[in-house]
Structure formats: structure tokens, C-alpha cells
Ligand binder design. Structure first.
Ligand SMILES: [Zn+2]
Length: 141
């Protein structure tokens, strides 16, 4: 009996030593999960809003009865509200710096895809161009 007790005790001690290590890993992992969860929710939001748009369109085309429309629309609204709430709670808890960095990199990606207009002829060229494709003038970046 005493051996059993010792076994449990040493197990508990070992657990207590190891637990902080596991916990550290847990928080690190949950931070990563939170980040991808945010991405997932953003996509979910797009899907839900897209579905609502489709539903409105189908209703306007007369494909749905008023009752069906109200029922589905209500369900979708509830789902959208849930997604918005989840996004808000994640953003409130999340590292704001990480969010800002993400927004900035998204902006940067958009900027690189943007165009630049030629100062001599006014035609728009990809930002990556050094010279205007229309008149050959040097593009001022
Ligand atoms: Zn030009």
C-alpha cells in the first residue's frame, strides 16, 4: 500500500515539474491557433455574407417564398452575428501589434499590385515598370 502511495506521490511530483513545460507549449500553440482561427473567421464571414447576398438575390428573383426567405435569412443573420462576435473577441484579446503588422503587409501586397500613372502621357503602368509602356518616358516612383 505504501509503495502505491509513493508511486502516486512521485507521479504527482513529476507531473508538477513537467506541467509548466506543457503549459508554456500550450500558450504558444494557442497563440498560433488564435491567428489561424482569425483567418478562418474572416473567410467564414465572407462566405456567410456572400450566402446572404445570394439569398437576397434568389428571393428577389422569386425563387423563394417569403416564409422560407425569412427563416433562412434569420439563421444566416444569427450565424453572421456569431462570426462577428468571435472575430471581435479574438481581436480584443489578440496581440494588436500582430494585427497591425498583418494589415500593413496586406496593404503592401495591394500596393505592389497597383499601377502608376505616367507623368507625361497619363497612361497607367504596373508599378514594377521603370518606363511607360505607351510613350517610353521614365516613370517617377
Ligand atoms: Zn507615358
Amino acid at each position: 500500500m505504501i509503495y502505491l502511495f509513493c508511486g502516486i506521490l512521485s507521479g504527482a511530483v513529476l507531473g508538477a515539474i513537467c506541467l509548466p513545460l506543457f503549459r508554456k507549449e500550450d500558450t504558444l500553440e494557442s497563440a498560433i491557433i488564435e491567428e489561424t482561427e482569425w483567418d478562418l473567421l474572416q473567410r467564414k464571414k465572407e462566405v456567410v455574407l456572400g450566402n446572404m447576398q445570394d439569398l437576397d438575390f434568389e428571393y428577389k428573383c422569386g425563387k423563394l417564398s417569403e416564409a422560407d426567405y425569412q427563416k433562412i435569412r434569420g439563421e444566416m443573420s444569427a450565424e453572421a452575428a456569431l462570426v462577428f462576435q468571435e472575430i471581435e473577441s479574438i481581436e480584443a484579446e489578440a496581440d494588436l501589434d500582430a494585427l497591425i503588422r498583418r494589415e500593413l503587409s496586406a496593404r503592401k501586397a495591394k500596393t505592389t499590385a497597383a499601377t502608376i500613372s505616367c507623368s507625361s502621357c497619363g497612361s497607367s503602368n504596373p508599378v514594377t515598370n521603370k518606363f511607360c509602356a505607351e510613350c517610353g518616358a521614365k516613370l517617377k516612383h
